[in-house]
Unconditional design. Sequence first.
Length: 142
Amino acid sequence: MKYTFEVEGRVKPKQSTKFAKIGNFVRTYTPSDVKSYSNWVRLCFKGSYPDFKPLEGAVKLLIEVNFIIPKSYSKKKVQMIEEGYTCPTVKPDCDNICKQIADSLNGLAWLDDKQIVNLEVRKRFAKRDYVTISFEEWREES
């Protein structure tokens, strides 16, 4: 069975751990906006599948990241986007998006993100900012 849900708003990628020096001590921390986005992904998943039991086997994951078309784009550029000739080649990077989503769903959709054996990330333009996440138990096609 395939499971799909949406996360409203602009995607927040996983960032490197930050360091802060306090006196003689160095403290590591995760930026608050990264934590907030992770909680938002978890909340959206729980809203769609409240009684879901995490998958235990191999997982196939599809992440579709939708970016709003910037108002500064020319009519010609918008037309190229609408005709499917242009995709967003802007940050965040696909690998950082994937890491954020996969880590956020640990313990909810799957036990651990090491179970993800088939992964696809797509970036495209849309009328609004949102992310669609689809996953299913992976079975090798013959």
